[in-house]
Design a protein around this ligand. Structure first.
Ligand code: ADP
Ligand code: MG
Length: 303
């Protein structure tokens, strides 16, 4: 720990506080993430350490670099590349207006990072704006602290970016979990920071997904209150749904409205891509690789 000089606190994570710090030798600025471990735990589980060491090898320009892992008795400190801000803070600073080209560029970079993780069988599982880090110049987005794998600690994770299969208790996670989250983040980008499905609990979350937007005041003005977006999935659309551990039936809301009303600033190809990310049936959800080939990006020049 003597290697780093702690500067200010930059964030509060699920597992502990994040500090800005300086490498005393190289003067490099980094982000230190202290991982809290339960007192009655016997230090760091070796499985967790093994996974973190795997993360160290995950090198991609759209994935936050994990420089180092410092491990002493019961403390674990992760040394990350420092980024200017996260997407949540960026939304707060953009005053409800995001250039369509920036939206496209952010989604592209998110999909690039995800595609890289997924090709190595690493899932992120907790994608949300606070976990997407941005370097201002040249607006480069990075997927933060990806792939916790099976490392489960007590945490309050937001439901807003969670797919219906996981909300219904699916235990077998696959890459499709991140693709749903990417869809929610895409819609949020297109609406300059307005979350798509801000549910209060699991039941409310599912209702919003199936029945949106009749419970979502800001769109009521544009939409008929009887309009729904995705609609409740039918057995035909998603045969495995009723067999999920926490499945319970919901009223059969039909899919009626088009995404035009939900993401008015997004163009037609963007809406088509979004529709393919927001498939309730995880099997039908588009992959990161496929999404990058989507016509939405045909006129995009990667930086
Ligand atoms: P967790 O995902 O475990 O809840 P995070 O890694 O997202 O915690 O950290 C919480 C916050 O700290 C982030 O939302 C971000 O604002 C800030 N932060 C985390 N890592 C970095 C980093 N590498 N550079 C800059 N800020 C960071
Ligand atoms: Mg986070």
């Amino acid at each position: 720990m003597q290697k780093y000089e702690k500067l200010e606190k930059i964030g509060e994570g699920t597992y502990g506080t994040v500090f800005k710090a300086k490498n005393r030798e190289t003067h490099e600025i980094v982000a230190l993430k202290r991982v809290r471990l339960d007192d009655d735990d016997e230090g760091v589980p070796s499985s967790a350490l093994r996974e973190i060491c795997l993360l160290k090898e995950l090198k991609h320009k759209n994935i936050v670099r994990l420089h180092d892992v410092l491990h002493s008795d019961k403390k674990l400190t992760l040394v990350f590349e420092f980024c200017d801000q996260d997407l949540k803070k960026y939304f707060d600073s953009c005053n409800g207006d995001l250039d369509p080209e920036i939206v496209k560029s952010f989604l592209f970079q998110l999909l690039k990072g995800l595609g890289f993780c997924h090709s190595r069988n690493v899932l992120h599982r907790d994608l949300k704006p606070q976990n997407l880090l941005i370097n201002r110049v040249p607006s480069r987005e990075k997927v933060g602290d990806g792939g916790r794998g099976g490392w489960v600690l007590l945490q309050v994770v937001t439901l807003w970016y969670r797919p219906p299969d996981v909300l219904f208790g699916a235990k077998l996670y696959s890459t499709s979990i991140d693709m749903w989250s990417a869809g929610c983040i895409f819609a949020e980008l297109a609406n300059a920071g307005r979350p798509l499905f801000p549910g209060n609990d699991v039941d409310d979350q599912l209702k919003r997904i199936f029945r949106y937007p009749s419970m979502f005041p800001f769109t009521l003005m544009i939409l008929d209150p009887m309009d729904t977006l995705l609609g409740t999935p039918t057995e035909e659309q998603w045969p495995a749904m009723t067999k999920l551990p926490d499945y319970k039936p919901y009223p059969m809301y039909p899919a009626t409205t088009s995404l035009v009303n939900v993401v008015p600033k997004l163009n037609a190809t963007g809406r088509d891509l979004l529709q393919n990310l927001l498939k309730c049936n995880p099997v039908q959800r588009i992959s990161a690789e496929e999404a990058l080939q989507h016509p939405y990006f045909s006129d995009f020049c990667p930086p």
